[in-house]
Design a protein. Structure first.
Lengths: 108, 108
DNA sequence: CGGAATCCCTTCCGATACTG
DNA sequence: CAGTATCGGAAGGGATTCCG
């Protein structure tokens, strides 16, 4: 079955991006590099822990690059890699859908 | 902040579609209406339970329509609503990304 | 055929405290 | 500033059994 091949690929994609925060974080990184606490401010509800874990996951997947500037105090910057740019379409399509969801609720 | 508005919309979208199976199920329904056990065959790893729960969630969101034909034995068909067609772009973008993920692993 | 009900395990995620 | 460590609760999901 050919459908299973493309089907599984949706599953794989969701396994990587399916968490609560990952695509949300990506949406901010698409605007440009961000520091750790800068991301926290953009996403007030995320805990330090999840911010770290999710950034690590995206890094491991090669979508995000972590750069440490050895100043005092340390400065760490997260940016999308070239491959991470592939998230742009996903984020934008999901944003559009999410906005439609909200409008529909409001409109009742 | 404007970014928070669009940001939250990503979160909302993921809250509805973020599970392991929902978009996968949608991807098959995009091909046309399917019966319960037909969907099970397409997605062999899903349990009855999750199939039911996820279909119900999509139904409640107005994206899927459930039609019962009162034959013996019963026949139940699931189809996308007009609004459910909005999932097409999401699924296709995610399929593309998932395929890229797999290719990358294979290529190593 | 298309479920519902129950039980149980795993993963996600938040809160808190501590660190170089 | 940018983390790590640990704990505990909540949610996601699987296996099995029973039903109209």
């Amino acid at each position: 079955m050919k459908e299973n091949v493309s089907g599984c690929s949706v599953e794989e994609a969701m396994r990587l991006l399916g968490g609560r925060w990952r695509l949300l974080l990506a949406s901010f990184l698409l605007d440009g590099p961000k520091r750790f606490n800068e991301l926290r401010r953009h996403v007030p509800n995320i805990s330090q822990r999840m911010l770290t874990l999710d950034l690590r996951a995206l890094e491991e997947a090669g979508l995000v690059k972590r750069t440490v500037y050895p100043e005092v105090p340390v400065k760490v910057e997260y940016s999308l890699t070239v491959e991470g740019e592939r998230l742009r379409k996903i984020v934008s399509v999901l944003q559009e859908f999410g906005l439609w969801l909200k409008d529909r609720k409001t409109a009742t």
